[in-house]
Design a binder for this molecule. Sequence first.
Ligand code: BGC
Length: 711
Amino acid sequence: MSGREIENKVSHLLARMTLAEKLGQLQQLDGTWDGDVRPEQIKLAREGLLGSAIYVYDARRTTELQRVAMTESKLKIPILFAFDVVHGYRTIFPVPLGEAASWDPAVVEQADSIAASEASAAGIRWTFAPMVDIARDPRWGRIVEGSGEDPFLGAGMASAAVRGFQGTNYGSPGKIIACPKHWVAYGAAEGGRDYNTAEVSERTLREIYFPPFKAAIDAGAGSIMSAFNDLDGVPCTANSFLLTDVLRDEWHFHGIVISDWNAVNELIAHGVAANGKDAAAEALTAGVGMEMFSRLYNQYGEQLVAQGRIPVATIDRAVRRVLEAKYKLGLFEHPYADEALENAELLSPANLAAARELAARTFVLLKNDHDTLPLSRNLKSVAVIGPLADDTQSLLGPWSGDGHKEDAVTLLAGIHAKIPQAKIVYAKGCDVTGDSRTGFEEAIKAATESDFTILVVGESADMSGEAASRSSLDLPGQQLALIQAIHAIGKPYAVVLMNGRPLSIDWAATNSPAILETWFSGTEGGNAVADTLFGDTDPGGKLPVTFPRSVGQVPDYYNHKSTGRPPGVTKDYSGYSDILWTPLYPFGYGLSYTQFKLSNLQLSAARIHRDGTITVGVEVENTGDRAGDEVVQLYIHDLVASVTRPVEALKGFKRVSLQPGENRHVEFTLGPKELGFYNRAMRFVVEPGTFNVMVGDNSHDGLKSSFEVVP
Ligand code: BGC
């Protein structure tokens, strides 16, 4: 159907709707948490008052509710089924922070494309993903749901996610509507406490927090979600600067704006609305089109219109966007999911194979003294120790869609499958949290009697995600003591981390021979980790977020400002008296089983005009004796400008796979989009002057050059 045809159909339908029915289209209401239809939803669907449902999933149950809307309601408008398909629907992929660690947008695109085909087969046509909030504070539990601390990497992953979920047209079979969230600066919650206030300047919003949203919208995202937090005194759900001035007027966004869960109602708790009616008026006026969970538009919409507080045109505009999406999805012609397709799609061998392959691309090798890893398949005995070694639930991570823990392959199972002939002894050692060390003895015995120990520690899945902020970044419970006990035996071992945020693992980083960061790696995680531990895949991922030495360094992000007293320049510098100012592992960091050499950094010009572009080229060579992956990263620094600029900012990255001895030329282009910033008048400009360029394999080290921008 063409855009014009859809517009006509929407106008025709709108003309037949009562105000109550219109408001019904702006209502999203939840099913039971485990996917069942609730009686209230049936009633509203029958009355034509339910635009969208959340937490009703699978083909049978979505069809049950849809049938009521399509056969029993007056206007027969289909319901749009939504769900948080964040890193997979039933086949679960690594958590988004892990996917970002791949530094490979194709990983995100493929995972989300598979997630979309599974979800749509189950009747879900709208996901609340990608979460594109920049997070500079690892105490914030939801750091796990996004791409980390950097706007450039985040923007690359955001557009890849939208392409994966929606394709070029979300109406195509197997595609669903994406919803970048949470607009905006939710990740800037003070103290990392979830839902907390954010104080962010407009410049930082535009330069750091906005870009992934802009990228998602430019990629065609069909919807966006307003955030819970207040920003500079105005809750995002009542914020017309964000929802109207920026989204609609500047960015020309035409899709649906939905509130976060109960966020319209929470305007009362925020203290900007005295009651439900005012809250509805605030959100509608600011530009929230659909209300999730709370029912205030429905309860008060008619009164607000009758009293002249909300023009009907505001309601009509919001309803239009919902109906347009339903027509574009083809829901009027094909309202029902197909159980046969669902059976064929969920956990298909191809999807599982992809989950295994993509997960392996997200692992980051943090340390590998004396080539401790990879392991030989000829090992006779292996001890697998730690509370996460056989934990199916944690492997799936938070927000794991309709993932079933029974489907998940743990690392213990993955190692059994990898070396079936070896003697494998498993000992839990301790729980993730708690004080008990009663399992240590068994663990020490297992490690003592084995040739090698794989120690699997970190966080359980519920320690990150929503409402899961932590005041400590240390390994919880007795896990550090467990590492120390195994270390004391003096036999070879490797630490495998599973976690949803950076952890302060100073002791292990200093003392343990090898550390592999595996995040929460999904349904096939255990197989993928085993593939990497035994060298069938190379750990080519890089950190998408800084790992601090201690929680006291937080926020600690690589693209900070210089300050007037930068470290290394004056005695009294911006740092600490009791700890180094540098992080434990910098943004962009990660080793490989092989070695790479970067050389021959070349710029296409010594100077360019402010509208011009410059090409940065470099050679990367695999100088080791194994195939492996390197991520070549380009950073810039604008040395003198009218406003302070970050000491470095990522502006290009490319992950390359190279055979031993193989050489590749990698090229990046820098133009106004990369070189510009918001000046004192908040205008985006490129200012003349010197730009330093660094091309490296992390944000701290690399080849350096510079060029001039002239007026
Ligand atoms: C979260 C959103 C999510 C919504 C629906 C909220 O609590 O903040 O990210 O999409 O619930 O599950």
